[in-house]
Design a protein around this ligand. Structure first.
Ligand code: AMP
Ligand code: GLY
Length: 423
């Protein structure tokens, strides 16, 4: 089977790396890809925004499966267009991708299906939103309803700051994504991620992870797309995973199906582990980045075959085998990130992979034959170990072998678990 993978980040490099190893994959194409992806796939010149163009490419190259990495093309309905052309797709329809594309949609679904999540109010005007703040205590959680490239969430410590943030949101800070704002109860606890694959009916749990969203060591400073992650997340015990399946994932999949918008693809639940049990913070309709990198490092099964089964509604009986070891990834970012990252800094990967580590490219380019930084998050240095402590040591050992003068990374990825393992 020939496969087309869409996307260009570290998540897609990890998917490409795993798909290229799949016994059921014949030829892998990727677009737009990156220099790392180019080592395991042939770069194709198709544009995910041009649905007819993607379908034409698939017909011309006998593509048996399209894997859509990022959320934007899913929310834009690319999976629907390709399915209409008879092409199997890994990823949800436009209607089902609302689980990520509209915070209000997901909150309403949770309310209908009795799924544990924070209390909320959907608002469509500044006056309405300000009045709704009365119903909550500080800190205030404010979310632009639509996709805002991960930047649409504001946690305001005081009412004054909340009102100012609401004024910005309704003033167009996030464009159309902020035409509606969801105000939410603040949940307390530790965050963890749970992944499941589903074809709309069968659900296959697909691993757990924890990431570090803040740019600074000790989890301080501005939010980023994620500065590192590890899998599995021991904090999600088997009992908590079962509760997540029973109380959150299964009711979601069943309700979506019952309401005529079956969900197919990967369902990524961001959870808050509260004293009352796991509560849903948000859904994503794609793999996490960099969580995908640590999941793929541990996956032992044929990814292409699993994704095809998912796309065809044939997930029943399919299993995903993961290594018992821990994988940990350290994000090397360009100085300036998450503000304006320095572009063009030279990268020397040296013998970083000599000890078994894997370096995924997230934001790189080749300029005059030299590998250079070309984005905020640039490399994902990923390694395995018997536990988080050992995986962390292996990942930082690989980081030390990389020359990237205009880059930086956090030195404490996995710290919570390392502390717990120390006892
Ligand atoms: P999101 O983009 O929805 O993942 O939100 C970004 C981050 O904001 C999450 O990873 C949480 O750390 C935090 N957050 C979002 N919603 C809540 C909530 N209801 N209570 C506490 N923290 C939240
Ligand atoms: N690392 C968080 C995300 O992919 O949304």
């Amino acid at each position: 089977m020939n496969i087309l993978l869409l996307g260009s980040g570290g998540r897609e490099h990890a998917l490409a790396w795993k798909l290229a190893q799949s016994p059921s994959a014949t030829k892998l194409y990727a677009a737009p890809g990156n220099p790392g992806i180019a080592e395991c796939a042939e770069i194709a010149s198709v544009d995910a925004a041009d649905h007819a163009g993607v379908a034409d490419f698939c017909k011309a190259h006998d593509i048996g499966l399209v894997v859509i990495g990022p959320e934007a093309p899913l929310v834009d309905g690319l999976a629907d267009s390709l399915r209409a052309a008879g092409i199997p797709v890994f990823g949800p329809s436009k209607a089902a991708a609302q689980l990520e594309g509209s915070k209000g949609f997901t909150k309403d679904l949770c309310a209908r299906a009795n799924i544990p999540t924070g209390g909320y109010v959907r608002t469509t005007s500044l006056d309405e939103a300000k009045a709704a703040l009365d119903r909550f205590d500080a800190p205030y959680v404010l979310k632009a309803d639509g996709l805002a490239a991960g930047k649409g969430v504001v946690i305001a410590p005081t009412r004054e700051e909340a009102e100012a943030a609401l004024a910005d949101m309704f003033g167009g800070q996030f464009g159309a994504a902020g035409a509606e704002v969801v105000i939410e109860e603040f949940l307390e606890g530790e965050e963890a991620s749970f992944f499941a694959l589903t074809d709309g009916e069968t659900i296959l749990p697909f691993g757990t992870a924890q990431d570090h969203k803040r740019v600074g060591e000790g989890d301080v400073g501005p939010n980023t797309g994620g500065m590192g992650a590890y899998s599995p997340a021991p904090v999600l015990t088997l009992e908590l995973q079962q509760r997540t399946m029973d109380e959150i994932i299964r009711p979601t999949v069943e309700t979506m199906r019952a309401e005529g918008i079956p969900y197919s693809g990967v369902l990524y639940a961001g959870l808050m582990l509260t004293t009352d049990g796991p509560k849903l913070i948000e859904y994503n309709c794609r793999f996490g980045d960099p969580e995908c990198q640590v999941l793929m490092m541990r996956l032992e099964s044929d990814l292409a075959q699993i994704m095809l089964a998912c796309a065809k509604g044939e997930l029943a009986g399919v299993e995903g085998a993961f290594s018992d070891k821990t994988a940990l990834t350290v994000v090397m970012a360009a100085k300036g990130y998450p503000g304006t990252p320095e572009k063009g800094g030279a990268i020397d990967l040296g013998d970083a992979e000599a000890g078994g580590a894997k370096v995924f490219h997230a934001g790189t380019a080749i300029k005059d034959g030299q590998l250079v930084a070309n984005g905020g998050r640039v490399l994902n240095v990923t390694a395995m170990g018997a536990n988080v402590t050992e995986a962390q040591a292996a990942a930082y050992e690989a980081v030390e072998r990389i020359g990237f003068a205009s880059g930086f990374c956090r030195r404490d990825i996995g710290w919570r678990e390392v502390e717990r393992e120390r006892g």
